[in-house]
Design a protein around this ligand. Structure first.
Ligand code: F3S
Length: 81
């Protein structure tokens, strides 16, 4: 399974990820991106149909804030592969 979450400590609210992957990422009241699936905990595997969108979002994020892993994150973006 593939997991994702956003490192909100480095997100600069650029808005690219929500455009690339609107089913995966949305923005909170502060404009910071979060993974929709489980409110950015990163413990819910993403649908395989959305992996291409995820890769586009990762490639498009100017601050490398979108994380991907084969393991659940438990809210810790440093667990990225
Ligand atoms: Fe933030 Fe990167 Fe998205 S800066 S808004 S996580 S593209």
């Amino acid at each position: 399974a593939i997991y994702t979450m956003v490192n909100q400590d480095t997100c600069i609210s650029c808005g690219a990820c929500g455009a690339s992957a609107p089913d995966l990422f949305d923005y909170n009241e502060e404009g910071l991106s979060y993974f929709i699936g489980d409110n950015n905990l990163g413990n819910t595997p993403i649908d395989e149909d959305l992996i291409d969108d995820l890769e586009d979002a990762i490639d498009g994020c100017p601050t490398d804030s979108i994380k991907m892993s084969k393991e659940a994150f438990n809210g810790d973006p440093s667990k990225a592969d």
